[in-house]
Ligand binder design. Structure first.
Ligand code: ARG
Length: 487
């Protein structure tokens, strides 16, 4: 083992002491405290690199065997010992040097050949891409869990009629499931955004070296194929200078966090006494230390609050990159802090959201109590008049006057108006005819209205049932896949 104050194994040109001689400098430069979670990806990259070196004759078959075996041993040691693995030595700075030093200890000169034609700059660029690919897969699984929770809630409570809101003012009647399907649409887009990153970022940076590539006959297609990461990156400087894969991922995470936060805000409002639309499970609320009656929606609030952490990671990464000359700069070591932190927050928030959704119920009695307020059926009445030949703009005017008339007479509902009232208002709006028909009342009242929407994707009954059917078959397909997939 290298002694704590021995020179770093790769610092032979330096004179005048090294960063270990100053405690703060040693702590300042290290990334091992957070980049050790790349170890599996680092080892996968090293195995592919070693195989390539052997295939082009830069190392012998015996060297390759020793390297592969040594790396496998190291991997299983870290798997079992985790943070307690003795190879984590802060004086070696990062995951790459710790693993390489442990390999050299096990294999001698074979291990000393592994870094042929490679730099930590192309190594870390690859490790991060491989890690992001796995992380994105884990995120995809979390979305599936959330989707199932929304679907089961929609099956339970989806047909309850509720008001919808624009500007947080009452708009039109919908069914609960119409709104639940809206969240599913938004989260589905988030999942697709994450999945789409694979096609953008699947390129192999290995073989770019520190900045300029290598004079050795490296076969970059060989490593790309071994790692299943598409083709080699086309430019060695860009490959080591770019953190686009990390930025894309954290942007995609920010969109998830933003959508989660928006949903959380909606449900915080719905859980308030003023609304009372939903009841949250006791596991996801907490009491107050002073006010005995409180049931605060803390988990939802924390989902909303942690969105700020994820945005912070995105802004930190963007800012980190904006002033960098084109090539590797040590600033880029910080990327992993932000990428890992954003990932961890979003994974936790998605999991928490899935649990909350699965255990929440909509309060039908409370919601229907207030349905007569707010003239939710006004648009439906205007559309009824359109079917009687009234131009929409005129219909809008007539129904607006009808709402005003209700207000003047102290009536809560448009259905309290008579045929004569509506026909008189139509004449005042200069409509030549009597649009009132006996069927007008079928178009009034929230329950009637939600049954009449017919445009595809609507938030009433027909739209909800169609969207739900698609989601049920999608999530049941997931179940079938999980049962047959041994992993
Ligand atoms: N731990 C470093 C990082 O994450 C590895 C690269 C160091 N490269 C260098 N030339 N000093 O960025």
């Amino acid at each position: 083992m290298t002694q704590p104050n021995a020179p770093k194994p790769w610092e032979h040109a330096k004179s005048g002491g090294d960063s270990q001689a100053d405690d703060l400098a040693a702590r300042f430069v290290e990334s091992i405290s957070y980049d050790r979670r790349l170890y599996r990806h680092d080892i996968a990259g090293s195995v592919a690199h070693a195989r390539m070196l052997e295939s082009v004759g830069l190392i012998s078959a015996d060297d390759l065997t020793a390297i592969e075996q040594g790396l496998r041993e190291i991997e299983s040691e870290i798997d079992t010992q985790g943070d307690a693995w003795p190879g984590w030595r802060v004086e070696l700075e990062d995951v790459h040097m710790c693993i390489e030093a442990a390999l050299v200890e096990k294999t001698g000169d074979a291990g000393r050949k592994l870094h042929t034609g490679r730099s930590r700059n192309d190594q870390v660029a690859l490790d991060l891409k491989l890690w992001i690919e796995d992380a994105a897969g884990q995120l995809g699984g979390m979305f599936d869990k959330l989707f199932k929770s929304f679907v089961s809630l929609a099956q339970r409570d989806g047909r309850i009629v509720m008001p919808s809101y624009t500007h947080l003012q009452r708009a039109q009647p919908i069914v609960v499931g119409g709104e639940l399907m809206a969240w599913l649409s938004a989260f589905d887009r988030c999942q697709r955004r994450v999945a789409a990153l694979r096609t953008v970022n699947r390129r192999n940076p290995l073989g770019s070296g520190a900045i300029a590539g290598s004079a050795l006959p490296l076969d970059r297609d060989h490593t790309a194929a071994a790692l299943n990461v598409g083709s080699p990156t086309p430019n060695s400087i860009d490959a080591t200078a770019s953190r686009d894969a990390g930025l894309d991922y954290v942007y995609a995470l920010s969109m998830v966090a933003m959508t989660l936060s928006r949903w959380a805000e909606q449900w915080i409002i719905y859980a308030s006494t003023e609304f009372g639309f939903i009841t949250l499970d006791g596991r996801y609320t907490t009491g107050s230390s002073m006010m005995p009656q409180k049931q605060n929606p803390d988990m939802l609030e924390l989902i909303r609050g942690r969105c700020g952490n994820v945005y912070g990671s995105l802004v930190a990464l963007l800012t980190m990159c904006k002033g960098l000359p084109i090539a590797y700069n040590r600033d880029m070591q910080e990327d992993k802090r932000h990428i890992f932190a954003a990932h961890d927050v979003v994974i936790d928030c998605l999991d928490m959201a899935a649990r909350i959704v699965a255990t929440t119920s909509f309060n039908e009695a409370r919601i229907s109590d207030g349905l007569d307020r707010g003239f939710l059926d006004a648009t439906s009445l205007a559309e009824y008049l359109v079917t009687k030949g009234v131009p929409f703009r005129t219909a809008h005017q007539i129904v607006g006057a009808a709402v005003r008339l209700c207000g003047e007479r102290g009536l809560d509902k448009l259905s309290d108006l008579s045929a004569a009232d509506v026909n008189a208002l139509s004449r005042q709006a200069a409509f030549d005819g009597e649009p009132w028909g006996d069927d007008m009342h079928d178009h009034l009242g929230p329950a009637g209205v939600v049954a009449r929407y017919q445009s595809s994707g609507n938030a009433g009954l027909s739209g909800f049932e169609a969207q739900l059917a698609a989601w049920v078959s999608r999530t049941e397909g997931q179940d079938a896949k999980e049962q047959t997939d041994p992993s």
